[in-house]
Write a protein that binds this ligand. Structure first.
Ligand code: FMN
Length: 238
């Protein structure tokens, strides 16, 4: 699959069929994803791939917690700042509208949205999930490395005809995940990722993106944004 096609066809899929994924496919994807870049090649990702009875047990335990409406595990990192400022606040509410209106849930119907969101802890029906941990002693640049690694996995999955959904939602049930995976104490669970074949019957609305000029600034010799001194330097260089 062409790289552009992989990037554009990747989206957060939230309903999977129960078709199993051959282990060789997951091994191929994760072996290739290991070539992701990271600062000084630290490779700060620690990945657990969960399928079969282990995943069924995890879903069962998480499902019990969802049904009990008990408290979430205390956070090891903040998913978002408590006060999201503009333009992030508006983008987040646009996402909420796209995500839930496709399911027939009205804006502001938090209960229905919460019910739909609880499918996170069933991995949206996926037959495979991965859980990505990072060493708690590592810093912001290493978290960014992990993000690149996860995106590489998602694109490779597209190349295999598979889809995925990255899920920070699992961080609020991190203790349940730890019961199954038993990770070393020094690791923080960043996120889960559900993996599988898309169930195309699930309605969805493609999430939009900000126009290019909102997030990208091209700076060249004609740009208004180029400081006069820098522009003079450039002209001297010619
Ligand atoms: C780090 C990360 C965590 C995410 N966590 C969740 C999650 O817990 N549950 C969920 O349904 N989607 C989750 N998503 C998916 C985002 O909502 C989605 O990527 C975003 O809205 C853009 O839509 P798209 O991926 O379909 O293009 C997450 C995505 C990322 C990158």
């Amino acid at each position: 699959m062409d790289v552009y096609e992989a990037v554009k066809s990747r989206r957060a899929v939230r309903r999977f069929t129960d078709r199993d994924i051959p282990k060789e496919v997951l091994e191929r994807v994760l072996s290739a994803a290991a070539w992701s870049p990271s600062g000084s090649n630290l490779q700060p990702w620690n990945t657990y791939v969960v399928t079969g009875a282990a995943l069924a047990e995890l879903k069962k335990r998480a499902g019990k917690r969802v049904a009990a409406h008990g408290p979430w595990d205390e956070r090891e990192y903040e998913m978002y700042p408590p006060e999201l400022k503009s333009p992030y606040r508006e983008r987040r509410s646009a996402f909420g509208h796209e995500r839930y209106s496709a399911l027939g849930i009205a804006d502001g119907d938090w209960e229905a949205a919460q019910r739909a969101a609880s499918a996170n802890w069933d991995c949206f029906g996926a037959p495979a999930a991965l859980f990505c941990y990072i060493d708690r002693d590592l810093g912001v640049p290493q978290w960014a490395d992990v993000g690149m690694y996860l995106q590489t996995i998602m694109l490779l999955l597209r190349g295999e005809g598979l889809h995925s959904c990255t899920q920070m939602a699992w961080s609020v049930y991190r203790k349940t995940v730890a019961e199954i995976l038993n990770p070393p104490k020094g690791l923080i669970l960043f996120c889960g990722m559900s993996i599988g074949y898309e169930d195309v019957r699930e309605p969805y609305m493609r999430t939009g993106r900000a126009p290019l000029n909102e997030t990208v600034t091209f700076v060249d010799s004609t740009s208004q944004r180029l400081a006069q001194t820098a522009r003079d330097d450039l002209l001297l260089d010619v």
